[in-house]
Design a binder for this molecule. Structure first.
Ligand code: NAD
Length: 257
């Protein structure tokens, strides 16, 4: 078993590896958006400290009582997402793409902040809150065009609208699953940022990378189940601090090579 290094020189080591990598993929989770004011599900300040996930974030809850799920989870989440802006973690990942280092972002987030930061190849593994989908006719529309004066909001056909995002108990959109698995298998470094690695099947993505000989580098204030199993380095801290530091180190590396 391999143990991730959490020594102070980890950033320098990570920068060296990244500066020489051919293909880099980032897998991000709720943690990268914490510094944009969006709480994660698990961990300190997480939503699950207040709500039982199975009563609001499971597909059965949505189908049985959409009004409650809208009132308890979706409405509040939507207000937070509407007010959120990309933070230095997101802009740092865009900077890595601009430097020609980062190829693809696979995100479990539904907040659209990677695209707003500028990243172009973003796989939305769990869908997005930017669209709403009719539970009857499947028509999709931009959330900004949805009349939220009635909860739950309704489609022109009269069906109830729901976020075009994956609830517990639902399948991952086929294209996102295939594209994420392909990207993971093809990278030589996977940066795993702000995910507890507890949600399946997203948590298997770093294992696909590792099984194909990629180096796994985590950025998280806490160790995760990946840390002692497959990560080579853990850059321990918030994404908004660690990613800009990493970008700066990579610039230094590139200037001296
Ligand atoms: P999670 O809530 O299970 O875990 C959050 C992780 O982020 C933890 O490991 C925590 O230590 C870490 N973290 C906390 N602050 C951080 C920071 N400043 N920088 C870096 N890391 C930090 O998150 P998950 O693994 O993504 O799984 C939760 C699911 O909930 C995902 O599927 C996602 O779709 C959904 N979700 C999305 C959002 C969003 O779109 N912003 C927000 C909440 C939940």
């Amino acid at each position: 078993m391999q143990k991730a290094s959490i020594m102070p020189d980890s950033i320098e080591q990570a920068a060296k590896l990244l500066a020489h990598a051919k293909t880099v993929v980032a897998l991000t989770g709720a943690g990268i958006s914490v510094e944009s004011g969006i709480p994660p599900f698990r961990g300190k300040g997480g939503l699950w400290e207040k709500i039982d996930p199975m009563t609001v974030a499971h597909i059965d809850a949505l189908e049985n009582n959409p009004e409650r799920v809208w009132n308890v989870l979706i409405k509040d989440m939507k207000i937070k997402l509407d007010n959120a802006k990309p933070n230095p973690g997101h802009t740092g990942l865009f900077e890595l793409e601009r430097l020609g280092i980062l190829n693809t972002v696979i995100t479990q987030n539904v907040d659209g902040l990677h695209q707003r930061a500028g990243n172009r190849d973003v796989i939305e593994f769990h869908g997005t809150f930017a669209r709403q989908r009719c539970m009857d006719c499947d028509k999709c529309m931009d959330t900004s065009q949805v009349d939220l004066s009635t909860i739950p909001p309704v489609c022109t056909c009269g069906g109830i609208l729901r976020p075009d995002a994956v609830f517990f108990g639902e399948m991952i959109p086929h294209e996102a699953l295939i594209n994420a698995q392909r990207a993971a298998a093809a990278c030589d470094i996977m940066l795993v940022v702000g995910t507890s690695a507890m949600v399946q099947p997203a948590a298997t993505i770093p294992f696909i990378a590792r099984d194909n000989n990629a180096v796994v580098i985590e950025i998280n204030p806490e160790p995760t189940p990946l840390t002692s199993r497959i990560s080579t380095l853990l850059l321990m801290g918030g994404a908004g601090t660690m990613i800009p530091r990493l970008v700066q180190q990579i610039r230094n590396q590139l200037e001296t090579t």
